[in-house]
Design a protein around this ligand. Structure first.
Ligand code: EPU
Length: 337
């Protein structure tokens, strides 16, 4: 297989940033991927999944390999649970819908999150009280150093809020190839405590929701708050919600009693970055084609022709203003290249 040259990556990243890959190749099977890696073992590599958690600020000189290996199946099941496997290149939301069609519960709160299955454990995607780590049994990853396959159990992934071993200790060392989830076949444990979900279900007068109802509620909430990347380029939450000390939280709360928060433990509190950014005056602001979404300030958007550098500059301005106003450092959730 010979890489294509000078390929625009505009359609390969949800921000819709128009940078070029000097060389670009697609791997649709594990064998192809191994063959590409062996042929190009002396070169710098750049792995691309769904492109939904990245901001590209310049042309990519490394060989871009798009991970497009597909496949999903029920591995085994008992009366209560099914163990489901999906390959790296499966679209996440389509996979969630596929599990719901089979009446398998667990992933419904994670409906409509952009991206591919293989990247979900890397940043431990989460929404509305559920994270991938809650249902992931194991994942198989390719060690780039020697092209061996390594199985990581849930605990070996060292999951945390939007974190895993693949972003930290083993950063750039592995490619997740497939993931196994354990999903419920009956007695589904619904997570509907999140205010917006409760309200959406109440509005539809659903007293005993099914997993499909919860998925529909989540889809409705996301559609009302988050821009569709096919219409307005974005990468979901651009920043992580910062965790601050209880002391700092109390001082801030005295000045801003309305500040929303989630208690993490006895020493720390998580504060919504979206609220901080809104208070810092950025919600709905637009600078050329780079902007801050008007319904959720945590989401930076590309209205059309913004460059990655312009979005990165806006992110820095937001960080500086939030730091100045609240003395809180907010960190990017998306990877900036
Ligand atoms: N808020 C504001 N102004 C805003 C945005 C939010 O005041 O512009 C306030 C809200 O009123 C609410 C609080 O901040 O009181 C939290 O907002 P929201 O429920 O929208 O959730 P979030 O903390 O901003 C996180 C995730 C989202 C996920 C939602 C729902 C992170 C970084 N983001 O956002 O994940 O969908 O919770 O669970 O943890 C993503 O990672 O790409 C993503 C969209």
């Amino acid at each position: 297989m010979i890489p294509a040259t000078d390929i625009s990556l505009k359609d390969y990243n949800t921000f819709g940033i128009d940078v070029k890959a000097q060389r670009f190749i697609v791997a649709t099977t594990q064998e192809q991927l191994l063959s590409i890696l062996k042929t190009h073992s002396d070169q710098a590599l750049f792995f691309l999944g769904g492109g939904s958690n990245m901001l590209l600020t310049k042309d990519i000189e490394a060989l871009v390999i798009q991970l497009a290996i597909k496949g999903k199946r029920i591995l085994r099941q008992d009366d209560d649970f099914a163990w489901v496997e999906a390959q790296v290149g499966e679209n996440w939301h389509e996979f969630v819908l596929w599990t719901l069609e089979r009446d398998l519960g667990g992933l419904e709160n994670l409906s409509l999150i952009p991206g591919q299955v293989g990247t979900t454990p890397i940043q431990n995607i989460g929404a509305y009280g559920v994270e991938v780590k809650d249902h992931l049994v194991e994942c198989v990853a390719l060690r780039l150093k020697d092209l061996s396959l390594v199985t990581f159990s849930n605990s070996q992934c060292a999951f945390d809020y939007r974190e895993s071993i693949f972003k930290n200790e083993f950063k750039d060392q592995y490619i997740v190839l497939s993931v196994v989830f354990k999903l419920s076949k009956r007695n589904h444990q619904l997570q509907i405590g999140y205010g917006a979900i409760k309200a959406a279900l109440q509005e539809q007068k659903i007293a005993q929701p099914s997993i499909q109802d919860v998925s529909k509620a989540v889809i409705a909430i996301r559609e009302s708050k988050l821009p569709n990347p096919k219409e307005i380029g974005n990468s979901g939450s651009f920043f992580k919600n910062p965790v601050i000390s209880v002391e700092q939280f109390r001082e801030l709360q005295a000045v801003h009693p309305e500040m929303p928060f989630y208690t993490v433990d006895e020493q720390t509190v998580k504060v919504p970055a979206g609220w901080l950014i809104e208070q810092a005056g950025f919600k709905g602001k637009r600078f050329g084609d780079a902007g801050v979404h008007d319904k959720q300030a945590l989401v930076l958007v590309n209205y059309g022709k913004a460059t990655g550098a312009e979005i990165a500059q806006l992110a820095e301005a937001i960080q500086a203003r939030v730091s100045e106003k609240f003395n809180i450092k907010i960190c990017a959730e998306v990877n900036i290249f």
